[in-house]
Design a protein around this ligand. Structure first.
Ligand SMILES: *[C@@H]1O[C@H](CO)[C@@H](O)[C@H](O)[C@H]1NC(C)=O
Length: 143
């Protein structure tokens, strides 16, 4: 065996060893049915993780490490709760990405759901398109 082949062989064995250590997680397998994945995930969760996943906290309280510490399932921006004054799309994206990274760092790696109390489109994003309210009323034709 030449040295290039030996190096390739060693690298291949190393990769197989690393892959062999990764545990197969049924709930992360998209080929499984939703029911099977849910049952598998619930079977793995502790009571603390279940409580956390059923909890939604306000954006203001989702400070660094809180989501992973309490296994929080959802974060909400209540009306007017913005990452910063005149927050751009990039500011919103960066904030949510940081939260998602924290949530995904947990043992089970469950992503959060992010909710926003916004009207007329996402009116809390600075310079966002704001749509007219109740557009349906505008097309009403009386008798
Ligand atoms: C959530 O944030 C608000 C505003 O900063 C604060 O008054 C409240 O005490 C916080 N709640 C918790 C549980 O940290």
């Amino acid at each position: 065996m030449g040295s290039v082949h030996k190096a390739t062989f060693v690298l291949l064995m190393f990769c197989l060893a690393v892959l062999g250590r990764a545990e197969y997680l049924k709930y992360k397998d998209p080929k499984q049915s939703i029911g099977v994945r849910i049952k598998d995930l619930l079977g793995r969760m502790t009571l603390a993780e279940k409580i956390g996943q059923m909890t939604q906290i306000e954006r203001e309280n989702a400070t660094t490490g809180v989501l992973s510490k309490y296994f929080i399932g959802s974060v909400l921006s209540g009306g007017g709760s913005v990452p910063s004054s005149k927050a751009s799309v990039a500011a919103w994206q960066s904030m949510v990405n940081e939260m998602q990274k924290d949530a995904m760092s947990t043992r089970l790696g469950i992503p959060i759901i992010y909710g926003i109390d916004a009207v007329h489109g996402h009116n809390n994003v600075y310079k966002a398109t704001v749509f007219p309210h109740n557009v349906g009323l505008g097309v009403f034709q009386g008798p």
